[in-house]
Design a protein around this ligand. Sequence first.
Ligand SMILES: [Zn+2]
Length: 103
Amino acid sequence: MKPKRLPPIPKSIQTPLGPLPIIVTEAQPHWPNGGRGSGGYYDSRQYRMYVASDMGLLTQWHILLHERGHNIADLGVEFDSDGQEESFCKAFATVMLHEMLYG
Ligand SMILES: [Zn+2]
């Protein structure tokens, strides 16, 4: 089946806590690992999400959905470890992107 065309990265997404701004920009030093090898960052304190600008749209969406997973964790999902949260975010992003492409 041919994949659907992905929409552009939105300027914000609606969440139960209100709009979550999404900023597409160069990787920043305050992101995890100083931005090196980091495609995005969910800033729970400022309630905004960053996506690196030097990636293709498919990868940007995968990063956005991964960071949305961290946002969902903030909304009340309990994990026993950071590793469990990362596993959830990876699975969530992959499933959601598949639905966007083939759903
Ligand atoms: Zn993560």
